[in-house]
Design a protein around this ligand. Sequence first.
Ligand SMILES: [Zn+2]
Length: 315
Amino acid sequence: MSADLQDPRFTDETAAREALEAIVWPNGPVCPHCGNADSARIAKLETKTARPGLRYCNECKGQFTATVGTIFERSKIPLTKWWLAAHLIGSSKKGISSHQLHRMLGVSYKSTWFMMHRLREAMRDGVMSPMGGAGGVVEIDETYIGRKDGHEVKQGAWHKNTILTLVERDGRARSFHVDNATKENIVPIIRENIARESHLMTDEASRYSKVGSEFAKHDVVDHSRKEYGYTDHETGVNVNTNTIEGYYSIFKRGMKGVYQHCGEKHLHRYLAEFDFRYSNRTKLGVDDAARVEKIVAGAKGKRLQYRRPNEGSLA
Ligand SMILES: [Zn+2]
């Protein structure tokens, strides 16, 4: 399916709803109240006053639409705009600002901001299968960004937020906001997320040395000695951390240029956004159209509470 902006999902509310239904209910409607999936026992309500797409369950007498239990539930924003927002955020390599999206969608700035956070939630990885595997290389590194809450003055790295990222060469990225880059914070994440058969590549930091020995192989690039990579002559494998540096370069340009006012409590959502785009990039065979469908599929089961008027409690 084309993700061209003329796509009916972006312009026609019925097409947008049917496209959502096809993703949420791949085998036909399922009642979210009682689990009934018997299409003969589910009726489409098509009275003048019924909301489009409203279904009636003969088992539990409940009513529902495909948006129940998704980030779109109870949203007053048309589904066409949700599809368009998901497409734009999914296809913009360094992200897109709420200001720009607000102008493009014709939705208020405040609503756009909340839409974007809900879409980031949809981009968050549900199932965390181990990274790497036999013959797979996983690069690990940290970076520092923004400012921790409560620190108003810029005084070096300690007041910044620490991000730990794991990147599979030719594969996915997974980032974590950690308190600081100590062994205690980092080692459990590495153990939980990377298959033991993997080949790790890190810099020379001592926090990686002991945990590294638990994996098939651990190679170190000593940046302190101005070493930036070499080829292992035994295996022919290139030892470097170029992949993760490339990831951070996109992440930092995006965060600086587009999301300069990201608060600490929302940082994990931005990480989910950048990880998602990286893990579903064109080079891995995921085109813009497939990416927007993955975002919408991820909207299932991620309903966020709408809290008014204090919507700031979204974290
Ligand atoms: Zn039911």
